[in-house]
Design a protein around this ligand. Structure first.
Ligand SMILES: O=P(O)(O)OP(=O)(O)OP(=O)(O)OC[C@H]1O[C@@H](n2cnc3c(O)ncnc32)[C@H](O)[C@@H]1O
Ligand SMILES: [Mg+2]
Length: 204
């Protein structure tokens, strides 16, 4: 069985990637599976910059090809916030629950029509003997008034997807992958990087 290393410490992302890779016969490893602690400082101002930073630094440290994911939620009525600061919107402790409360508070009094939002994801692939490449995906939806569902992570309980007519946290990991920003970015990666997918042992 082939393996892919995702340069993330986020266990929710790891589950998303497992749902996307396992059906291809590829197992997913993340930084949580390593003995050493690796936490790259995200000093970029765009998803792309941060994804490249994480992929290149981890690839250099470990000497292997890795995929990094930088992602977040853009809420139109909040001028695109929390954006690249999604993980630390309510503070450096990266508390999903506090982040959700802050978004809901910011949208107090905002009507359903004005609660449009999207998730974005940029994947960067970096390796010892290759140019770093990036792929992006997005997922349109709107912000609910209350939490719904217990699956997923981050802002999933308050993100409504019109395609599935449910909150993201009410979807299984496989259903989420069919419509998510992460699934869309990975589909791009698969389409444009057949050679890399071959090295993962997956079919196109
Ligand atoms: O940097 P790594 O270690 O990968 O983990 P992280 O959680 O810090 O990841 P990011 O810097 O990319 O921040 C992404 C944040 O955006 C939110 N987010 C991203 N994708 C999401 C998804 O599929 N569902 C819900 N929230 C998501 C969530 O709050 C994440 O913590
Ligand atoms: Mg991060």
């Amino acid at each position: 069985m082939k393996q892919v290393l995702i340069a993330t410490n986020n266990k929710g992302k790891a589950k998303d990637f497992e749902a996307l890779f396992n059906p291809l016969g590829v197992t997913v490893m993340t930084l949580n599976d390593l003995e050493e602690t690796i936490d790259v400082e995200e000093t970029g101002t765009t998803f792309e910059e941060n994804a490249i930073l994480k992929a290149e630094e981890v690839s250099k440290l470990l000497g292997v090809i890795v995929i990094a994911d930088d992602s977040g939620l853009e809420v139109d009525a909040l001028d695109g916030a929390p954006g690249v600061y999604s993980a630390r919107y309510a503070g450096l402790e990266k508390n999903d629950d506090a982040n959700i409360d802050k978004v809901l508070e910011g949208l107090t009094g905002v009507s359903d029509e004005e609660r449009t939002a999207r998730f974005r994801c940029v994947l960067a692939v970096a390796g010892p003997e290759m140019e770093t490449v990036t792929f992006s995906g997005s997922c349109e939806g709107s912000i609910l008034h209350d939490r719904r569902g217990t699956n997923g992570f981050g802002y999933d309980p308050i993100f409504y997807t019109p395609i599935k007519e449910r909150a993201m946290a009410e979807l299984s990991a496989i259903e989420k992958g069919e419509i998510s920003h992460r699934g869309a970015a990975l589909a791009q990666l698969k389409e444009h990087l057949p050679k890399l997918m071959e090295s993962f042992g997956a079919s196109r």
